[in-house]
Design a protein around this ligand. Structure first.
Ligand SMILES: [Cu+2]
Length: 255
């Protein structure tokens, strides 16, 4: 009994130490940081539980492997109370940790919040179609940049996901961003603290024969490069262009 309890106590202290000592690894976005952080937290909790259960199982199998008959289990109130409380603590931790992440607007953006409340916030309209993406900038005359999203690294980014025809899904795994693209409906995802670089995205909802070719790219660039990109594209559309400019300002050769 005493050993069981000391084993439990040491396992939970191990978890607590593990959670406290978690390195703050740089993640490509605030969303990815939240999701991967939760994944790590739950893993730190799950590993000791797995080890404990497997150890008890192996111990029991080895110890009683020659027993002719199973001996009846005696009631052990303290053990029962221990595992009931331990389970409650584990579930409480999982619930609180998950809720904290799920309720964060960088993971679940609800309709009650205003889109892009600050001047520097960036809004991108990601419109899916069979079979491609039309990434537009509603703040700048709706110019389109084809299947490439260009956003600045240090701003809040709001992506309005919608579809022109059937159901698609916007998915940029490294950035932790995923959202359904529904015709006649706009779903918003928000993220911030982006890491400069180029990220692959794709359609994550089977939508027909060329579904597998529905790739897009997210380019996270410094603020000045983003402003230059917007300027070049708005100039093009105001000087009579079709509005489907290309991201000439995004040659990030230095990266
Ligand atoms: Cu699709």
């Amino acid at each position: 009994m005493r050993t069981t309890r000391s084993v439990l106590v040491s396992l939970f202290s191990l978890v607590a130490v593990g959670l406290a000592a978690q390195p703050a690894a740089a993640q490509p976005s605030a969303t990815a940081e939240l999701i991967n952080g939760l994944n790590a937290d739950l893993l730190y909790l799950a590993v000791p539980i797995t080890v404990l259960v497997e150890a008890i199982l192996i111990y029991t199998v080895l110890k009683y492997r020659n027993a002719e008959e199973a001996s009846p289990t005696r009631e052990n109130r303290r053990l029962e109370i221990t595992w009931t409380i331990a389970t409650a603590v584990v579930l409480l931790f999982v619930g609180v940790a998950s809720y904290g992440v799920l309720a964060n607007p960088n993971v679940t953006y609800t309709g009650d919040q205003p889109i892009a409340p600050e001047d520097d916030d960036v809004v991108v309209l990601a419109e899916a179609y069979q079979w491609g993406w039309d990434m537009q900038y509603p703040q700048h005359g709706n110019f389109s940049n084809g299947n490439t999203v260009v956003v600045p690294a240090d701003q809040d980014v709001y992506i309005q996901v919608t579809s022109r025809d059937v159901i698609h899904a916007f998915h940029a795994p490294e950035l932790g961003l995923k959202q359904d693209a529904m015709p006649g409906n706009v779903n918003v995802i928000k993220t911030e603290d982006l890491e400069e670089g180029t990220y692959q995205g794709y359609c994550a909802e089977f939508c027909g024969v060329a579904h597998s070719q529905m790739y897009f790219t997210v380019e996270v660039v410094p603020q000045d490069e983003y402003e230059q990109f917007v300027e070049e594209n708005t100039q093009e559309s105001s000087s009579g262009g079709s509005g489907s400019g290309n991201s000439t300002a995004t040659a990030t050769a230095s990266n």
